[in-house]
Design a protein. Structure first.
Lengths: 225, 231
């Protein structure tokens, strides 16, 4: 167990160091999200009530699309110089690599959300009428739902020729329940119409099921030729 | 000659009727061979002969379509702590220094501290304090640090794919000397190369491959007077 923990920590630190030096993923994600915020704010001119209705969908779809950029980068750097083979020939467990990659993506996407959320609030004049603190568990569970499946499907598609198209094709359909939960939870919190409890529990269940499934199947994906 | 030189004692590596297919193409076609411990095996053959596929199969990276590989009585994945693998690519992160790379790979083998990393970097005649990222190393330095990564966990078996490619003659001779010293200390080495002449006098056995099969095993580089440099 301590070995899994130390390998996970070492892989996570290594990935953060590589991202810090290249800034490939974070720059692309920030630029993309910024474009979405600005273009949509000029395209629509919603009043405060309309903003509360549409903001959930807008925010989460922007983060989902931006996350795909980071998810593709995660494994692309493992393919350069075939570094993934060095992991495959080592006794290190596949689960440690998967958890580290998912955590790395979670940190990146969370950072993006922390930077972009204030811009969404300003551009769309957002003010929650429901319990705003509930947006925190929605963001945490929702982000994990995106990155855990995204990390898994990105690993699955790395050896395909058109992996940048393949990832959204695999990821988006399976993320529909999670995205719907995130959007609905955000909407009911912003409008104060109802409780977000059902959607938060649904997100939690989704996270548990898919994290377990991804962990169980990742070794097969890693060892595939 | 696929059933070559079967040792009466338990071999270190036993390969039986190994077939590896990629779609319809068979890269290995029923390879059967035993390999003894403490020997320097040089694998030779033309492009597409199956050398790299055999090495990847021994490393556990290419799963046999049919047949078996036994390393110390285990399958390659189970024997991974005894195997060091150096591929044609560097298997290193270009953005990190040699020491940073080795520190990371050391963790995968539960090796704590920097002592072992520094030792293997020095053993390939590089400086552990070199802070330049590996991407900015010369090709020779990259091959050396790649070799350092392969020997980091002190494996019994070393699988080396083209370690001399793009390396100048002096660096290549240095690598051969290092490998000879490792063989003398009891390691078993498998080396795939097209520069066989560098290993004249160093290799214990020359394994000749052709169209996915081992066609000959000789103790000398000259085979029926037919082959030599550039094979």
């Amino acid at each position: 167990m301590s070995s899994i923990r130390s390998i996970t920590a070492a892989t996570l630190v290594k990935d953060i160091r590589l991202e810090w030096r290249s800034r490939d993923a974070i720059n692309s994600m920030l630029f993309f999200s910024l474009l979405v915020v600005v273009i949509f704010s000029f395209s629509f001119d919603p009043n405060a009530e309309e903003s509360r209705q549409i903001a959930g969908g807008l925010i989460w779809v922007a983060f989902l699309f931006a996350a795909v950029v980071a998810l593709n980068q995660t494994w692309a750097r493992e393919l350069r110089n075939q570094v993934l083979d060095a992991y495959r020939v080592s006794p290190a467990p596949a689960s440690a690599l998967f958890i580290a990659k998912a955590l790395g993506n979670f940190i990146l996407v969370s950072l993006l959300e922390a930077l972009m959320a204030p811009l969404f609030v300003i551009f769309y004049n957002l003010r929650a009428l429901g319990p705003a603190w509930q947006l925190i568990p929605v963001a945490i569970l929702g982000t994990w739902a995106l990155v855990v499946n995204g990390t898994f499907f990105a690993a699955m598609s790395i050896r395909t020729r058109s992996r940048e198209i393949m990832l959204p094709l695999l990821l988006f359909p399976i993320s529909i329940p999670a995205v719907q939960s995130m959007v609905e939870a955000t909407r009911v919190i912003l409008t104060g119409d109802a409780s977000a409890r059902f959607w938060i529990v649904l997100l939690l269940t989704y996270d548990v099921v898919f994290t377990t499934a991804c962990l169980a199947l990742f070794d097969t994906i890693l060892q595939a030729e | 000659m696929t059933d070559a030189n079967i040792s009466p004692s338990l071999p270190l590596i036993a390969v039986r009727r190994l077939i590896k297919q990629f779609g319809r193409f068979a890269a290995l076609r029923g390879v059967t061979a035993d390999f003894d411990a403490g020997k320097f095996h040089v694998i030779l053959g033309d492009n597409g002969a199956g050398k790299t596929t055999l090495l990847r199969a021994l490393a556990g990276l290419a799963h046999p379509t049919r047949g078996t590989i036994s390393i110390l009585g285990k399958n390659p994945q189970a024997a991974c702590r005894e195997i060091g693998y150096m591929a044609h690519s560097s298997l290193l992160y270009d953005e990190m220094s040699g020491m940073e790379n080795l520190r990371y790979f050391a963790r995968l083998y539960d090796i704590a501290g920097d002592e072992r990393c520094e030792y293997v970097i020095r053993s390939v005649a590089l400086d552990p304090k070199l802070s330049r990222p590996v991407g900015k190393y010369s090709q020779g330095m990259r091959q050396r640090i790649s070799l350092a990564r392969a020997i980091l966990h002190d494996p019994q078996i070393l699988l080396l794919d083209e370690p001399f490619s793009n390396v100048d003659i002096n660096s290549a001779r240095d690598i051969v000397s290092l490998l000879k010293a490792m063989r003398d200390s009891g390691k078993t080495i498998f080396l795939v190369t097209h520069q066989a002449s560098l290993l004249q006098g160093a290799g214990d056995e020359f394994i000749w491959m052709q169209t996915g099969q081992i066609v000959d095993r000789t103790s000398d580089l000259l085979r029926d007077g037919m082959r030599g440099e550039g094979t």
